[in-house]
Write a protein that binds this ligand. Structure first.
Ligand code: SIN
Length: 279
């Protein structure tokens, strides 16, 4: 199967067209998509028309879809979550929730966080609502040698409710919280497929560096976050209806923008696929 590839950002992100994910995709095409994703970190597949089960099945070619209770699910398919302009904290105080409004990588509070996340633009606003990405390979590669030597080998404790939490996260029932104990991950991780090193930061979930106190941890986290989120490392995705955007949580961070006009809807379907313990 042949598809067309277009570069989107200056140093990351590519768009592919001419593919219907609702049809069978042969192994050669799937391998080619994987190569584009590994090279580009963010892969957009244009012009899709996918019901939830078809979306889940297409994403299952990239890995094992996981159930996520923290977000609402589609009635048709439990592995497809809903991210919507109508999201509210239904177990808490009912406030409006903008999922992922600050820089983050998905699920670093888990022992084996999601490798990839897929978002499908079902309803997109007329303007705004972009998703921003930042390239954590480039951010790591650009650090001074001395900083890299200092941080290679450090371990960070991540929590669902971390000491540094900046984003509203949904209130979860106690039994679910008990199943999400703190997880410890390297501050610099090696991508299992590309072998490249990336900074592994998650501003909302990082609690402290093992062996450093809170103030020392904060100084290091703040400096690295400021460095990694500079505009020169970013790509900003402007959604078109029917885009399926796949990103690699092992070498990127991302953030949502709720800046679309009042009264306009934004509806995304989301699948995340299983990852391995970061090393
Ligand atoms: C997310 O952080 O998973 C959602 C991103 C978005 O809605 O743009």
């Amino acid at each position: 199967m042949i598809f067309q590839t277009e570069t989107l950002g200056e140093h990351m992100a590519a768009a592919v067209s001419g593919l219907d994910l609702g049809q069978d995709i042969d192994d050669e095409t799937q391998d080619a998509l994987r190569r584009v994703l590994n090279d580009s970190l963010v892969l957009c597949i244009r012009d899709q028309h996918l019901a939830p089960v078809a979306f889940r099945d297409a994403m299952a070619r990239f890995g094992t879809p996981m159930l996520r209770k923290q977000l609402e699910r589609t009635p048709e398919c439990a592995e497809v979550n809903i991210i919507s302009s109508e999201d509210r904290d239904t177990l808490g105080d009912g406030r409006r929730l903008v999922n992922g409004a600050n820089w983050h990588t998905d699920d670093s509070f888990m022992r084996a966080p999601a490798s990839l996340t897929m978002l499908y633009g079902v309803v997109v606003p007329s303007q705004g609502g972009d998703t921003q990405f930042t390239n954590m390979y480039a951010a790591y590669d650009d650090l001074p040698d001395e900083t890299r030597r200092k941080i290679d080998g450090l371990q960070v404790v991540h929590k669902y409710h971390s000491r540094r939490q900046i984003t509203d996260v949904s209130t979860r029932p106690p039994e679910e919280m008990a199943a999400m104990p703190a997880a410890t991950h390297p501050l610099v991780r090696t991508h299992p497929e590309t072998g490249r090193k990336a900074l592994y930061l998650n501003p909302n979930r990082m609690d402290h560096v093992v062996g450093l106190d809170a103030a020392q941890s904060d100084r290091l986290f703040d400096a690295l976050i400021e460095h990694a989120t500079q505009p020169k490392y970013q790509y900003r995705h402007k959604w078109r209806k029917g885009d399926v955007v796949i990103w690699d949580n092992r070498c990127t961070m991302h953030k949502a923008n709720a800046d679309y006009p009042d009264g306009e809807r934004r509806l995304m379907h989301r699948v995340i696929v299983a990852g391995t313990e970061p090393v």
